[in-house]
Structures are given as structure tokens and as C-alpha cells.
Design a protein around this ligand. Structure first.
Ligand SMILES: NC(=O)c1ccc[n+]([C@@H]2O[C@H](COP(=O)([O-])OP(=O)(O)OC[C@H]3O[C@@H](n4cnc5c(N)ncnc54)[C@H](OP(=O)(O)O)[C@@H]3O)[C@@H](O)[C@H]2O)c1
Length: 237
């Protein structure tokens, strides 16, 4: 099977920005790559050498089908990147303005359904050869630590993902099943990066995958791919 010769990367949330940069990086490092979103250009993905898996990660049956298809066509993934998110802004003066259904979709797509993604990821990790590095990397942002007035649904979702990642990293990281919440900040301010940088995500995510030990579950980096220490408020490497 392909997993013996090439590791598999599964990029969930393959849009116009981060997904393609991350997929290209893993492909260039010798991975078989599968990409997923609700809408995909299957022809273009095929030309790029990717398996395209159409799926709605807001729908748990669709999440499970996506992993079934991944495993039957390419095998279990050694790198799973969760980049999908859902956000409907509110006004700062009325954070409860969105309907429950809108809020719930934001939370499920961004975070809660990552619980099932993490379960399927770990089950896949257990099937890989002992020497294969393996990591789940969720694309994060500052919302677990900083209050953003208009982003309640996104923020609750990212906090859920951060919790799932932290618990999984603590429990399974020592066995080599590593979990990360990785996010970019502006190097000059440590603030949010409204247009996150594809190349920095790609380089940092591949570096994370190569790491031998779990290390911190939060990985904060800048637009150059340098690590950023949030507590100290400065670039560290
Ligand atoms: N560090 C920061 O300050 C910062 C700033 C902005 C964004 N971010 C984070 O960066 C990540 C994405 O950025 P990006 O620039 O790559 O965005 P993007 O190009 O819009 O990609 C997002 C992808 O998620 C997919 N998606 C959305 N809902 C989905 C669903 N229900 N099921 C499956 N796929 C779904 C979208 O495709 P479909 O719509 O076709 O499904 C799209 O492919 C997010 O996690 C976001 O929170 C971080």
C-alpha cells in the first residue's frame, strides 16, 4: 500500500489561501496528499496530483465518510491539517445577535467536530509503521487568548479546538501521536494576522510534522515562519 512508500497528508479546508500552500509543501516533501472542502475543483486538484474529497465538516456523517475515503484510497494519514472554519460576525454591542443555528455551525465547523477528526486521526496514527512521524495540526488564531468583539462563534470554536488539542497532546503526545494548535501573529506587534501567510504556515507545519517530541501544543509563529513567544512578546527563533 502507498503508506509503505509515501506518507499521506490530509489537508481539510482547502480554499484559496493556506490550503494550497500547505498541500504543495507536503507534496514537495514526498507525501501523497488529499484535500477536502465543500466545494473543490476536482480537475485542478487531480492535475496537482491530489486526491480531492468533497465533504462538509459541519456534518459528522460527512466527516466520517471523508476519513473512510481517505483510508480506502490512500491509507491513514501521518499528517492531518485542520484548516476549515466558519465565522459570522456580530456587532460589538450585540454579540448574541446571530441565531443559535448560525452560532452552532460556526462552533461545530471551527471546533467541536474537530473532536471526531482527532479521533479518526488518532485511529489512523495507530495503523502507521512505528518509524513514521505523525502529527495533527489545527490552524488556530489568537481567539483562545484574546477577546475579539465580533467573533463569538469563531472564538468558541477555536477554544474548543485548543482544548481538544491540549488534552490529546498531553495524553497521546508521549506515545508519538502529536497534536498542535498552530497560529500566525504579526512579528512586529504579536497581534492577529488578518491575511495569514501561506508559505509560513506550510514551512512551520512541515517542521512540526518532522519534530521528534511533542513539545508545546501551542505553536505561535510570524509571517517569516519564525517562532514567537506570546508571553515574552517577542520573536524567539
Ligand atoms: N492567524 C490569524 O490571525 C488568522 C487570521 C485569519 C484566518 N486564520 C485561520 O486560517 C484558516 C483558514 O484560512 P485560509 O486563508 O486558508 O481560508 P480559506 O482560503 O477561506 O480556506 C478555508 C477553507 O475552509 C473550507 N471550509 C469552510 N467550511 C467548511 C466545511 N463546513 N467543511 C469543509 N470545509 C470547509 C472552505 O471551503 P468551502 O467553503 O468550499 O467548504 C475553504 O476551503 C482558518 O482556520 C482561520 O481561522 C488565522
Amino acid at each position: 500500500m502507498s503508506t509503505i512508500s509515501k506518507p499521506v497528508a490530509f489537508i481539510i479546508g482547502y480554499g484559496s489561501n493556506l490550503g494550497p500552500a500547505i498541500a504543495r509543501k507536503f507534496r514537495s516533501e514526498g507525501f501523497n496528499v488529499a484535500v477536502s472542502a465543500r466545494t473543490l475543483d476536482e480537475k485542478a486538484a487531480k492535475e496537482d496530483g491530489y486526491l480531492s474529497i468533497q465533504a462538509d465538516f459541519g456534518d459528522i456523517a460527512s466527516v466520517r465518510n471523508a476519513f473512510d475515503r481517505l483510508e480506502s484510497e490512500l491509507g491513514p494519514a501521518a499528517a492531518v491539517v485542520y484548516n476549515a472554519y466558519s465565522s459570522n460576525n456580530t456587532s460589538p454591542s450585540d454579540p448574541l445577535a446571530n441565531s443559535y443555528e448560525t452560532f452552532l455551525n460556526n462552533v461545530n465547523v471551527t471546533g467541536v467536530n474537530v473532536y471526531e477528526v482527532a479521533r479518526r486521526t488518532k485511529a489512523g496514527f495507530e495503523k502507521l509503521p512505528a518509524e513514521t512521524p505523525r502529527a495533527f495540526i489545527g490552524t488556530g488564531n489568537l481567539t483562545p487568548w484574546v477577546h475579539f468583539h465580533t467573533l463569538l462563534g469563531l472564538s468558541v470554536g477555536k477554544r474548543a479546538m485548543a482544548n481538544i488539542v491540549e488534552a490529546s497532546a498531553r495524553a497521546y503526545g508521549p506515545q508519538g501521536y502529536r497534536f498542535y494548535f498552530a497560529h500566525e501573529v504579526k512579528g512586529s506587534t504579536g497581534g492577529p494576522q488578518p491575511q495569514p501567510t501561506g508559505q509560513a504556515h506550510a514551512d512551520v507545519f512541515y517542521r512540526i510534522w518532522q519534530q521528534k517530541e511533542q513539545g508545546p501544543w501551542e505553536v505561535c509563529f510570524t509571517e517569516t515562519g519564525a517562532l514567537y513567544d506570546r508571553a515574552a512578546g517577542k520573536v524567539v527563533a
